[in-house]
Ligand binder design. Structure first.
Ligand code: B4P
Length: 183
């Protein structure tokens, strides 16, 4: 199974992907985690990405696509968390998968209202101190999401590939709905 998790910042994609990985043995590919790892190690890519990431901007498509594409070939049971985030990335993912003769099995869209998203990200800032969870960066990320990532949902809807879940409620409640959606 190759599954994409789509949704606004703070929708719980990373939280649920981590749990499903542990529970059902999926491989978890998170572009956000990859970028944070590059930044923590101070690599050239990390230093470049940081100039976008800290402000809540998307890291440029070419950088993200190069970072993830070589990992797709070996990934049979995989959750793609936070990728694709633009229509260019979505088209590139389709191309890469078609080269190896496979396609996506599911695209799960996490639906959460904006007040709840802001509340979750503010709580995370208090706990983890993520720079991109500062109020101004949160507001900017929501705008970037509406402009760049919401069209990705439509891209997949056109091909009837989207399963939408209600991602409000406790983490366990959401997990139950998610497992039902992908089974
Ligand atoms: P990501 O790391 O992908 O993270 P995210 O959108 O902030 O959050 P996610 O939806 O995974 O929420 P989470 O489970 O953590 O992106 C960060 C940045 O990386 C982007 O802004 C961009 O700069 C860059 N980036 C990543 N991918 C990219 C790409 N493809 N192209 C370009 N740039 C890219 O949950 C959030 C909080 O809510 C957590 O504290 C969690 O504990 C809590 N929570 C989760 N579920 C909850 C629930 N049901 N109830 C209450 N709280 C909950």
């Amino acid at each position: 199974m190759r599954i994409v998790f789509l949704g606004p910042p703070g929708a719980g994609k990373g939280t649920q992907a981590t749990m499903l990985t542990e529970q059902l043995g999926y491989q978890h590919l998170s572009t956000g985690d990859m970028i944070r790892d590059e930044m923590d190690r101070g690599t050239e890519l990390g230093q470049f990405a940081k100039t976008f990431y800290d402000k809540g901007d998307l890291v440029p498509d070419g950088t993200v696509i190069d970072m993830i594409k070589f990992r797709l070939a070996d990934a049979e049971n995989v959750i793609l968390d936070g990728f694709p985030r633009t229509v260019v990335q979505a088209a590139s993912l389709d191309d890469e998968l078609s080269k190896i003769g496979v396609s996506l099995d599911r695209v799960v869209f996490f639906r959460v209202d904006v007040e709840e998203l802001i509340d979750r990200l503010e709580k995370r800032r208090e706990i983890e101190g993520r720079v991109d969870d500062e109020p101004e960066a949160i507001r900017h990320r929501m705008n970037v999401y509406n402009r760049e990532t919401a069209p990705v949902v439509d891209y997949y809807r056109d091909n009837d590939r989207v399963t939408e879940i209600d991602a409000l409620g406790t983490i366990d409640n959401v997990r139950g709905r998610l497992i039902e959606a992908i089974e």
